[in-house]
Every structure is written in C-alpha cells, then in structure tokens.
Design a protein around this ligand. Structure first.
Ligand code: ADP
Ligand code: ZN
Ligand code: MG
Length: 485
C-alpha cells in the first residue's frame, strides 16, 4: 500500500437535529427520554386526513445555518415525499427536500493546524426524522430479535441534512472539518450537536483514485459515525481497504458499510442492488417555502462572529497558536471570558492561564471560568503581578486558589497574606549564601557538577520565604554564589 500513488476523495453527509420546541410538521413537543409514545398526534402518527404544517422556527434555524455555511438561500424551496416502507415510518414516506432545498450551494471555511481550508457545500435541506426502533432479544439488532418496538416520540423531529462536495482528502481533514462545523452549529443554537446521543450524525462517502487522475473512483458510504475519532479511524480503514483491493487488481463495489470501532472491522450493510428507489414527488399537502428576502438578509446581518473568524482574529491579532485558539473558542462563554482577560493582560499569558492553572483549579470545584469567583479582571491582575515579578508563580497560584474559594482582589490578598515577592535582590543573595553554608555537603556536590542540586536549594529558598522568592532568580544566584562561597 502506498499513499503516494493513491489519493482519497471524501464527501460527508451530516444530519443535525434542530433545537426547536416542537416537531417539523406538527405541534408535538420534542423531548428526549420521556416514556415512549407520549408525544404523538394524528399528524406524526400518519392518521389519514391529518395535514402537516411547516415549523417556522425550523426554517429560521436552517436559514441561519445556511448563512454560516456560506450557502445561497434560494427564493423558494419545496418539500418532497421520499417513499420507503419500514416500521419506523408510519406514512411509508419521509417528508424531505429533493431538488429545491432550503439552502443552495456554498463554501465553508475551516482552519486546521496546517492552515485554512474550504469545503464546498452542495446543499442543506430540511426533513423529518424517523421513529426509534428498539429490538429486544438476540444481540439487539433486527435480525434475530424476538421483539421490535417503535417509539414515535422521535418520529417527526426536524433535521437539517448538510451535504458536502467531495472536497476532503483524508480522515484527519474530515474530522477537522466536522469539528468546526459542529462547533459552528452548536454556537449558533441550531443543534445541541450531541454525537453520542445521535443528535448529530455523519456519513462518509469515500473513494480512491490514482494520483493525477481526474475522474473519481467508485465510492462506498460509511454510515453513522458518531465520534470524531471513529470518523477519522473509519475513513482511514476504508481508504486502506480500497487501496488494497485496487492494488490486487480488483474493483471497489459501491455499497453502504458499517465500521466497528471496537474491532476496526468494516462490513457491508447493503449493496447497490438493494438500493432504494425512493420515487420522490412533491408533497401536495405543503406549500413551498418562500422566505421573505428582507428577513433572510436580517438573519444574515444578525449572525454573531463565527468560530472560524474568531480563531483567525486571535491568531493574527493576538498571536495565539492554532491549538490555543481552538481550545479557547470551544464555547461562546469561554471565548468571551478569554477575550476579557486578554484585554487586560498579555494574550499569550492569558491563554496559558485560562487553559492551564485556572481550568485545573476550577475542575476541582466543578466550575466553569465564567460562573466562578474569578473575574477576568482578577485573573488579569494575577497575571500582571507574575509578569511584573511582584509575586512568584507558586504564590500566584495560591492567590488564585484564594480567589477561587472566596473571590476578592488579588492585590489585597497578596498584601494581607504577605505573599509579595522579595523584590530586594540583596535579601535573596544573603539567603542563598546562608543556605549554601548551612548545606555545605550539597553545596560541595553541586560544585562537583551535580547540577540537580540547584533544585534542592531553590526548594529550600522557597520554603524559607514561604514562596515569596522568585525561583528563577534563586536558581541563578545559586549557580553564581556556589563558586564564590
Ligand atoms: P448518491 O447519489 O449516492 O447519494 P451523491 O452524488 O448525492 O451520491 O453524493 C453523496 C455524497 O457523496 C456527497 O457528499 C458527495 O460529495 C459524495 N461523493 C460523490 N461522489 C463521490 C466519490 N466518487 N467519492 C467520494 N465521495 C463522493
Ligand atoms: Zn405530532
Ligand atoms: Mg444523494
């Protein structure tokens, strides 16, 4: 297998559950974990004569998503019936969209550690989810089950399906793209993005072709990857499988596959011969969606800064690394907190403290920075004192711990607890000389080249000063004085 001869081509289809209060075409409440079949009505149970009505909030969320994905919002979109027969679908068709989706073509920008990338978005459309099937007995799958039950609570949940162009070239790219897409949708309040619970799921379409060949190879589809790691690993395994087939002179069969993250195994779910003919036709019970253009523009103008733009700005204006920017833009709350700290302290130190010591201390008390006693100004003050060498690092951490517990002004805490750094160098010189004399054995070993003992003397100095000495300066002084003592 050689990946210098083969190039992978990947397109992703994402289903995201929309955060609406009610279902896509009826007034039933969306709620997860309630008793089965407690949120149903004649519409979502497909009683004859019941008429669907489009959920306006779902349309609004889809338009927000469309703008964030860089998509056109066409003048009108149309619902279609996608026909298939299965027990999770009481109407025997799903209301979906076909050739006139709510969001047209676009381009989505994402950043990864090797820079900026663009992924073409083919379309994004609205549809309803199917009901939930549970198979009991056997191994939990349909085949061999003793009994299957249907919970119609999920049936009719609004979904946004996003389809990308085949622009991705590796599992890592696909995962970086999906991470940023998820973050964007979550921050805009479009979906909760919970992949484990299935409120966001991704299918990966994969093919390989010889490097330099323009036409695409035959693709397979890996279904329902429910974590970024599985997505990346699954794609990697499928690329390797296809390359092996092609190098053995075989050809890839177009089929739908399942990747088992535990065994790393890939097996077929259905092949093309069994592929459905959905007999799409326009849904006669629903009017086309023709959103008011002023409203569409207003939604666009009202979009907050997207995570990708924020990261970009932090990298160029604040000099953060990709990784810092990624971690700190995890949620809008964290991003706002970090920005407030960075406006009063050096951005790089702000990033280190927010990601490092602050998070570590707050984890102990199970709090997020923005809901803790540590205001951005307080943290900035601590950072300022460390950088001005007014407190040593260990004491700065102690001050932070105090603020975490009781709040308060860091400068005052330093003052009342006597934690200020020893600013008088001669005081430190005297201390170091005293310690070298008191620990003559260790001083001799240090002179003989046992450099590790610097740490011993720094430790003694910190102890003697209750952390008020600057450990870096003490280390320097020990090196200097040990030879003159
Ligand atoms: P289908 O008709 O099988 O649904 P589509 O053309 O609608 O195929 O594409 C579905 C997804 O597969 C899209 O994300 C698209 O980018 C991707 N795709 C299409 N052709 C290929 C290919 N040869 N290799 C990899 N991905 C592909
Ligand atoms: Zn209903
Ligand atoms: Mg398709």
């Amino acid at each position: 297998m050689s990946d210098t001869r083969w190039e992978a081509v990947i397109g992703i289809e994402i289903h995201a559950q929309l955060l609406t209060a009610t279902k896509m075409f009826c007034g039933c409440r969306l709620s997860f974990g309630d008793d089965p079949n407690t949120h149903t009505c004649p519409i979502c149970l497909a009683h004859p004569g019941a008429l669907p009505v489009t959920n306006a909030e779902a349309v609004r969320l889809a338009i927000i998503a469309g703008h964030a994905l860089g998509c056109e919002i066409p003048e009108r979109s149309v619902f279609h019936r996608k026909n298939y027969f299965y027990p999770d679908l009481p109407k025997a068709y799903q209301i979906s969209q076909f050739d006139e989706p709510i969001c047209g073509p676009g381009r989505f920008r994402y950043l990864s550690d090797d820079g900026e990338h663009w992924v073409g978005i083919t379309r994004a459309h609205l549809e309803e989810d199917a009901a939930k099937l549970t198979h009991t007995g056997g191994d939990g799958r349909r085949a061999g089950a003793e009994r299957s039950s249907v919970d119609f609570n999920r049936g009719g949940t609004p979904l946004l399906e996003i389809v990308t162009e085949p622009d991705l070239r590796s599992g890592a790219e696909a995962s970086a793209f999906l991470k940023q897409l998820r973050q964007t949708l979550v921050q805009l309040g479009i979906t909760d993005g919970n992949m484990e619970q299935g409120s966001m799921r991704a299918d990966a379409n994969i093919s390989v072709r010889p490097v330099g060949q323009a036409e695409f190879g035959t693709k397979t589809e890996l279904k329902n990857m429910n974590s970024f790691t599985f997505l990346e690993r699954g794609i990697g395994a499928e690329i390797a499988r296809q390359i092996e087939i092609l190098e053995d002179g075989g050809s890839v069969v177009q089929e739908t596959l399942h990747f088992d993250p535990v065994t790393g195994d890939i097996h077929s779910l259905r092949s093309k011969e069994e592929a459905h003919d959905y007999r799409y036709f326009p849904e006669p019970d629903l009017v086309p969606v023709v959103p008011d253009r002023a409203w569409v523009d207003e939604i666009k103008a009202g979009l907050p800064e997207l995570p990708v733009d924020r990261r970009d700005r932090w990298r160029s204006d604040l000099g953060l690394t990709f990784e810092d920017a990624e971690v700190l833009s995890e949620s809008p709350e964290l991003a706002a907190y970090f920005e407030a700290v960075a406006s009063e302290a050096s951005p790089k130190s702000a990033a280190n403290w927010v990601r490092g010591e602050l998070r570590a201390q707050l984890r102990e008390v199970d709090q997020e920075p923005w809901e803790s006693n540590v205001t951005p100004s307080a943290l900035a003050a601590i950072i300022g004192m460390v950088e001005g060498r007014e407190v040593s690092m260990p004491n700065a951490k102690a001050v932070l711990a105090e603020v975490v517990e009781h709040g308060g002004d860091p400068a005052e805490i330093v003052e009342t607890k006597g934690l200020g750094a020893i600013s008088d160098d001669s005081e430190l010189v005297a201390l170091v000389d005293r310690l070298l004399a008191e620990h003559a054995d260790q001083a001799q070993q240090l002179r003989d080249g046992k450099d590790k003992l610097i740490g011993f003397f720094v430790g003694q100095a910190m102890k003697a000063t209750q952390g008020r000495a600057d450990p870096g300066r003490v280390g320097e002084l020990v090196r200097e004085r040990v030879h003159s003592a």
